[in-house]
Design a protein around this ligand. Sequence first.
Ligand code: LER
Ligand code: MN
Length: 275
Amino acid sequence: MGKAEFALKLAFALSMQPTSFKAVTYGNWQKRISFLSDIGYDGIELAVREPGKIDKEELQKALAGHRMELTAIGTGQAFLEEGLSLSDKSPAVRKKTVARIRQHIELANDFGSQVIIGLIRGNCKPGIGDRGMHFLGESCKEICDYAANSNTTVTIEPINRYETCFLNTVSETVSFISKIGYERLKILLDTFHMNIEEKDICESIGDARGHISHMHFSDSNRKYPGAGHINFREIAGKIKEIGYRGYISAEILPLPNFEISAKEFLRGVRRAFKK
Ligand code: LER
Ligand code: MN
């Protein structure tokens, strides 16, 4: 496919359960899949705290009925609501967290989806020091060993310093990925975090070329593109230039409400990618 034939694939992040994470929406997910499909989305991203509780058949039916894809599975709610963390100093907590991510991998594998390592990496606790990063590396190796027996990609998201002390920037994350050395360990770029941490968002997108498996778009204020001051037109140009083929997912505050934010997201992103 040539550059001129760039195909925009858009998804919207939904939560399967109530959550304290605000940039995701929770409600009747069947109705929301139907609404998103009707207005032009190609897929959804799902934030799943406990994969064992998901009715796969029901989900499969809802997706197939609307020709929607499950693009990625978020795991951060197991951290936010249960304190599970890949970098925790307690071996028991790390073990439980890796076991949970294995379940996410199984779910993702059934849907040809990928698993996001975002907030589940944990945050620095007093006295953890360099050990936190070491524990995170060891946990990720275990996760990758497990994922190697499936077709599932695991994607790590650089997250800004106010939410975690680990892997804030694209360059830190690309070198982390290279050290782990697993073919299907990729990077997820989120414009909200990049706006805080990167010197030049487009340059960093270029640096991550070849590693990117997923993207989150939200503006500087976590609302839909166009509601803040990020230059999405420049970002769109860079994404086309590097030949990115994956999804762009809306991880936005559902403001003023879910329906309007979903429509405005489509409008903002399409405007940015328009020739
Ligand atoms: C958290 O800020 C975020 O962007 C999520 O995608 C992390 O799981
Ligand atoms: Mn994100």
